[in-house]
Design a protein. Structure first.
Length: 379
């Protein structure tokens, strides 16, 4: 795979700039930030590095083509004209999925059927087959039709990159790993400060903090679809894994995850062990609104229960009030708290120094950022 491709990395809304920054830190070429995605160029080495080492992107899509698709015939001919046989072997399994926005072709099932038919016709003719077995490796075709332009991709990742492999079981309302990693990044945590999540649940935030402190590639414990593709050399994956391991840090870290639910804590302990950071994180059962601060200074990053999911809204508001009172004089602590409550600052008792709009799944939230000053100026 010596050819240079364009890759697209879809991401949660609000994280585009962060994903662009991490791709630039990986020295990938021509990184371009757009709404909901980040593009970059490269070959097999870039494909492997992005999959293994990205913390905040959702997947890596290899772009096959971009062409006008104002009619089903135009869509069919556009796909049929592509040299799909350069990528897909005769036994390839190639399901089709995608979306269409602001386009004449608005029926996604019809678009899927047309793209599948065109791909079958192209591959069948090339391999001399009337019927394609689809018994081999997965080559997921993904399309995006936007303003009558179709972009066709191969999904190199398989399962979304937020699936690190450590969280087989979660508690009620888990936070997506990519969003947790973004919160750790926005808190500028690099392993030097005391890190505390007082609502740790199944441990996602503290685990992502430990992976960040170690500079450990989040994809080391999982596999990717493109590892089974004939045109992507195995050496690219081996080299990327070795480079990721060589870039890891070693050090003493102070990371605490606490929660008042013992069942969630047991899940968190299991998850941390699974990913290999169990010895770096201390877990304990504690009430976030009563536990003494574990150090004179540090970083709090947390996802307290939202009214929409685990508690009634009023109960959540009372929790925010109690938490704000408890942390009012935590002068040495920076606080990064995500919440969907629009009046969070009112209940917490202080205006945030900064707010950033983020999405936890489909729930619009804000990351309320307090830089460690005494909580004054009640709203």
């Amino acid at each position: 795979m010596s050819e240079t491709f364009t890759f697209s990395v879809p991401c949660l809304f609000g994280l585009e700039g962060l994903v662009g920054d991490e791709l630039r830190r990986l020295s990938l070429d021509k990184v371009r930030v757009e709404n909901g995605r980040v593009l970059f160029d490269g070959g097999a080495d870039a494909l492997a590095a992005a999959n293994l080492r990205m913390r905040m992107g959702e997947r890596v899509l290899l772009r096959l083509a971009s062409f006008p698709a104002r009619s089903f015939e135009e869509l069919f001919q556009g796909v049929k004209a592509l040299p799909l046989e350069d990528y897909l072997p005769k036994d390839a399994k190639f399901p089709v999925k995608g979306h269409s926005l602001n386009s004449q072709l608005h029926s996604v099932p019809d678009c899927q059927a047309i793209i599948k038919k065109a791909a079958v016709e192209r591959l069948g003719k090339h391999y001399g087959l009337n019927w394609l077995p689809e018994t081999g490796a997965l080559y997921q075709l993904q399309f995006s039709i936007m303003k009558d332009v179709c972009e066709l991709y191969l999904d190199t990742s398989g399962a979304g990159l937020h699936k690190r492999g450590y969280r087989a079981v979660g508690n009620d309302a888990p936070l997506r790993e990519t969003l947790a990693a973004a919160m750790v990044t926005l808190a500028r945590y690099r392993g030097r400060d005391f890190f505390w999540d007082p609502f740790c649940g199944s441990g996602t935030i503290v685990i992502e903090a430990a992976l960040t402190a170690l500079n450990r590639a989040p994809g080391l414990n999982r596999s990717f679809s493109a590892q089974n593709w004939g045109f992507v050399p195995a050496a690219a994956w081996e080299q990327a894994r070795q480079a990721a391991q060589d870039a890891e840090f070693r050090g003493e870290y102070h990371i605490l995850g606490s929660d008042n639910d013992p069942e969630s804590l047991n899940i968190a302990i299991s998850n941390a062990k699974k990913v290999g950071v169990g010895k770096l994180i201390r877990f304990e059962e504690a009430d976030a609104t009563k536990r003494d601060l574990p150090a004179a200074s540090g970083v709090i990053v947390c996802n307290p229960p939202y009214g929409e999911r685990m508690m009634e809204q009023r109960s959540a508001q009372r929790l925010y009030q109690a938490l704000g009172k408890h942390l009012r004089y935590a002068d040495g602590w920076q606080k990064y708290i995500i919440s969907s409550e629009p009046e969070f600052e009112h209940y917490f008792g202080a205006r945030a120094d900064k707010k950033r709009k983020l999405y936890n799944g489909m729930i619009q939230c804000n990351l309320f950022q307090y830089t460690g000053k005494e909580l004054k100026g009640k709203k």
